[in-house]
Each structure stands twice: as structure tokens, then as C-alpha cells.
Design a protein around this ligand. Structure first.
Ligand code: HEM
Length: 517
């Protein structure tokens, strides 16, 4: 991960000190000489010695295939991340070098179900890598916890918000938010003749999370009404993108955070702190998501109030930014694949006569097409990239390869999801790959969008519930037509991924009340 890692840090330091001192020869009268010898030595170190070491048989990853530039420096991966194209570039690396590729001086990427099981799976899961230290808020948050025992204790608290009962309790809030979305889609179309889904759907997603988890106390007014003048959606995405990029220059992270101007990018941390304080001040107005963490049952572990800000940050990014991006992807896929839009509408029309009443929306779990459409959209548009894990002291064997202690390993989600061997015709949007004998079959293939094992996504049931309700209500009540000039290939080529999915192209549509035949 880091520029100085790759097993070379001790070697680097000793070499540096020894060569600068040797050149200086103890001449106390000329300290500036020491400075210039040191500068020359540091440059030599970075330009010659470190790369030579990283390419040498003394380096633990010598045997691993990968491009020379990646073997000597983390900079290529940093560059791809800054451009939001890591998922595409890592796929290209695997196409060229095979199922195992060295992507950085100390990082190896694997592409196989067996490696998923070794790296992330329950029994053998490796620890989270130091990339998870890239945050500087006070308090301890689930997402950033690396120690498995501490993590498991906090996870028990979070799990309470995602029990079947808890999720059923969010149903009315979710329905009300989609009703609000529908009004907003119609109003923006009426006002401007069209509406940009890239802008509106993430606003909807933040509003929905605010209602469901914060009883609406995180921010006010709603982003769909205000059009987000404080740029909450954009700031969350920028925050996520910066964190992802900094994982490649991790040793410089804390230094970077002190640079004037960079701190302003952490405005999102302040939003999270204010959201937590507001919830604590006002309290829940129903059994909202956060209220489950402060359960009054004395036998249950509770969250410390001091940890709420960092957990609020996880909620706003992990729970809202993700669903926002996936909502755009799923609607885009339906517009780009009218055959599947028609199939989904048919399924919904057969299930409901007219727009479904709120209570009817509780029974969408068994409908094959709506669930398969979501699963397929998550395959092609998974928001999170590779999730780095750390090889323990003893080293480990993955796919028959020995990895030395301290190596960062991962399975790149985007590259895995378009692997021909596991997903034939991988770039084709084909929900039928998730349907078996007329039923939704999520385990027909291995989807990695929510990761696997002890650190997997705690919110996945809520994701499906929320997106199913959105699709069912919107498609039974509205007609959505792309505006003239809709270019599916161009839109999809503009998808960028840096832990957050962003879109360089707008998705303009016209929305009208549905004309029923
Ligand atoms: C489409 C939507 C979502 C996707 C694709 C997604 C994906 C993921 C993935 C891949 C991870 C593992 C991250 C890692 O190991 O670094 C994760 C973790 C997590 N997700 Fe999600 N997520 C989504 C929505 C949500 C929602 C709605 C919530 C909460 C409201 C949520 C809360 C979390 C939390 C708290 C973690 C950390 C879990 C742990 O360490 O135990 N996510 N998510």
C-alpha cells in the first residue's frame, strides 16, 4: 500500500542513515553538507535502491507476475484511483497476467472463488489492512475496527438495526420517501421539462437514510426539496474518494490532513458530528435505526454516545452514498435494456392491479425479476472496489501461492464481477443469470458486492428492501423516458469508481404519470 512499504522500511532507514553519515565523515563545521548528502541519498534511495530491491529476488513477492512499474511503486494504482478507473485497470492487469497479479510493491490481487473464501470467508478471514486507519475522527466505528473480537462486539450492536423486525419497522418511512421521490420527479420534469437522475436519486437516498436511521434529524430540509445547497451528497462522495486515494499513500495520510485546505475536504466529518448531536438532542420519533443501538434491555450491549459521530459518518456514506449510486445504475440499466424494463413491469402488473398500497409492498421478496434486476445491477455497478486484507505473521497460502507476512491481498470486486469464467457474456445486463426455474436464485453465482465473512455488509437486507420498494412504486406509477440523445454506451463509459460511484454524464429523463393501456 504505502510508498515505503514492501518489506523495505528497515532496510531503507539503515541504508539512508549509513550512507549520509559515511559521506559526511563527521565534519561538524559544515552541517549544510550533511543536509545535501542526505537529500542526495534520499533521492538515490527512491530512484535506485528501493526499486532495485523491489525487483530483486530478496523481495517476498519476486515470483509474482505483474508490471514492473507496479512492482516498484504504488503510484500507478494511485493514478488509477484518482481517475476513478481502478476497476477497469485491474481487470486489464488480470487479463494480461492471469488470476494472480502483483498490483503494488506490497499488494497482490486474486481472482477466484477460492481466494474469496481464504481472504474474506468466515473461518479463515484475514484481518483488515491498515488502509482502514485512513480516518481521523474521534471514537471507534464498526467499519474501521480491525481487531476481530472488538469488531464482533460492535457488530452485535449494529445487527440489531437490521433484524427482520427492525427492518419491518422502517417500511412506512421508506414508502413515504419514495412517494416524496415520485412527487419530486414529476415536479422537476414540470419545472424544467426533464430531470437528471444522477443528481436526484442520490438526494433521495440520503433523505431516505436520514428518515430511517436519524428520524430526520441528520439534516433539514430534505435534499430533494432543497436541491442540496450544502452539497452534502457531493461532500460524502469526495470524502470517500479522498480516503480511497489516500490508501495508496498511507504513510503520508496524517501529514496530508494537516495541509491547509485539505482540512476543508473533511467538512463531511463535521456534517456527521452535527447529525449525531442532533439525533442525541432530539431523540427518535419511531423505532429508527440508531435507536436500536441504545437498547434499554440491560442484557444487550449499547453504543457509547461518544462513538455515535463516527458511526453516523459510516451510515451517511456506507448507507446513503452506496444506495444512491446503485439506484442510478439500476434505473440506467432498465432504460438501456427496455426488454428487461418491460419484463419487470409485467411482473409488477401481474402482482398488483394498479399502484400497490403500502402494505402490499411488504411482499416483494419472492418476485424473481425485480430481485434479479437488482442483483444484476449490483454485479455491474458494485460501489466498493477491492477490500484490502493483511497477511498475518505466519504468512498464508492463497490459491496455492505463499504470501509473506504483511502483504496486502484482495479480490477486486469490479474485475471479478465481469470475469468470463464466472459470468458468461459478462458485460451483458442479463438478470436471467440469477433466476432458476422461475425463482430468484441469488446463490447461483457468487456476488461479491456486499463482500463476505465477518466484515461483510451489515445493511444488505435493507438495501434490497429499499430498492425493491422504489422500483415497484416508481414503475407502477410513472413512465420514465430518456430525453433525446440518450447514449447508453457514453453514459456507462463515464462511470467512475473510488469507493463511491460517480457519473461524469447526466442521466436526463422525462417523467410523466403512467399511461395504462
Ligand atoms: C448498495 C448498497 C451497499 C453496498 C453495495 C454495500 C457494500 C458493502 C461492502 C462491500 C462492505 C464491506 C466493506 C469492507 O470490508 O471494507 C460493506 C460494509 C458495511 N456496510 Fe454496506 N453496502 C451497501 C449499503 C449499506 C447500507 C444501506 C448500510 C447501512 C445503513 C451499510 C452499512 C455497512 C457497514 C456498517 C459496513 C461495515 C460492516 C462491518 O465491518 O461489519 N451498507 N458494505
Amino acid at each position: 500500500m504505502g510508498l515505503l512499504t514492501g518489506g523495505a522500511a528497515p532496510l531503507t532507514t539503515s541504508f539512508l542513515a549509513a550512507s549520509a553519515l559515511a559521506a559526511w565523515k563527521g565534519d561538524l563545521t559544515n552541517l549544510s553538507k550533511l543536509a545535501s548528502y542526505s537529500a542526495a541519498t534520499v533521492s538515490g534511495m527512491f530512484l535506485v535502491v528501493l526499486p532495485a530491491y523491489r525487483l530483486s529476488p530478496f523481495h517476498g513477492l519476486y515470483e509474482y507476475p505483474g508490471p514492473l512499474l507496479h512492482k516498484i511503486s504504488e503510484l500507478p494504482m494511485l493514478y488509477y484511483t484518482l481517475r476513478g478507473i481502478t476497476h477497469l485497470k485491474v481487470r486489464e492487469l488480470h487479463d494480461k497476467y492471469g488470476r494472480t497479479v502483483q498490483t503494488g510493491p506490497n499488494s497482490v490481487s486474486f481472482l477466484s472463488p477460492a481466494s474469496i473464501s481464504t481472504i474474506y470467508g468466515s473461518a479463515t478471514a484475514l484481518d483488515k489492512a491498515s488502509a482502514y486507519d485512513i480516518q481521523h475522527m474521534d471514537g471507534a466505528g464498526l467499519f474501521f475496527m480491525k481487531d476481530k473480537a472488538t469488531h464482533a462486539r460492535r457488530r452485535r450492536i449494529w445487527n440489531r438495526s437490521f433484524s427482520d423486525n427492525a427492518i419491518a419497522g422502517y417500511h412506512d418511512e421508506v414508502v413515504q420517501c419514495v412517494e416524496h421521490l415520485i412527487r419530486c420527479l414529476l415536479k422537476r420534469t414540470a419545472d424544467n421539462g426533464k430531470v437528471d437522475l444522477v443528481k436526484l436519486l442520490p438526494q433521495y437516498s440520503f433523505d431516505s437514510l436520514n428518515s430511517v436511521f436519524f428520524s430526520g434529524h441528520a439534516f433539514s430540509p430534505s435534499l430533494m426539496d432543497s436541491d442540496d445547497p450544502k452539497r452534502i451528497v457531493a461532500q460524502a462522495a469526495e470524502f470517500f474518494a479522498i480516503s480511497e486515494s489516500l490508501t495508496h499513500i498511507e504513510p503520508l495520510f496524517h501529514m496530508t490532513m494537516k495541509i491547509p485546505g485539505i482540512g476543508a475536504l473533511l467538512e463531511f466529518e463535521k456534517i456527521s458530528i452535527r447529525s449525531a448531536e442532533s439525533w442525541l438532542r432530539n431523540g427518535p420519533s419511531f423505532a429508527d435505526g440508531i435507536s436500536h443501538w441504545f437498547d434499554t434491555d440491560p442484557s444487550q450491549p449499547k453504543l457509547e454516545a461518544a462513538d455515535l459521530p463516527i458511526e453516523a459518518e459510516t451510515l451517511l456514506i456506507g448507507g446513503a452514498d452506496t444506495i444512491g449510486g446503485v439506484s442510478v445504475s439500476v434505473v440506467f440499466q432498465l432504460l438501456a435494456n427496455p426488454k428487461w424494463l418491460a419484463a419487470l413491469r409485467k411482473e409488477l402488473d401481474e402482482q398488483f392491479e394498479g399502484p400497490p398500497a403500502g402494505h402490499q409492498l411488504r411482499d416483494l421478496d419472492d418476485l424473481p425479476i425485480i430481485n434479479a434486476v437488482l442483483q444484476e445491477s449490483l454485479r455491474l455497478g458494485a460501489p466498493l472496489p477491492g477490500l484490502p486484507r493483511l497477511v498475518p505473521e505466519s504468512g498464508t497460502v492463497i490459491d496455492g501461492n505463499f504470501l509473506p507476512a504483511g502483504t496486502f491481498v484482495s479480490v477486486p470486486i469490479g474485475a471479478y464481477h465481469v470475469d468470463e469464467e464466472y459470468f458468461p457474456d459478462p458485460h451483458v445486463f442479463d438478470p436471467s443469470r440469477w433466476i432458476d426455474e422461475g425463482r430468484f436464485a441469488p446463490s447461483k453465482h457468487l456476488l461479491l458486492a456486499f463482500s463476505a465473512g465477518p466484515f461483510n455488509c451489515v445493511g444488505q437486507k435493507l438495501v434490497f428492501m429499499q430498492l425493491r420498494i422504489m422500483l415497484a412504486m416508481v414503475l407502477t406509477q410513472l413512465d420514465i423516458t430518456p430525453t433525446a440523445g440518450f447514449d447508453a454506451a457514453k453514459f456507462w463509459a463515464g462511470v467512475r469508481n473510488r469507493r463511491t460511484t460517480t457519473f461524469t454524464e447526466p442521466l436526463w429523463v422525462k417523467v410523466t404519470p403512467r399511461a395504462r393501456k
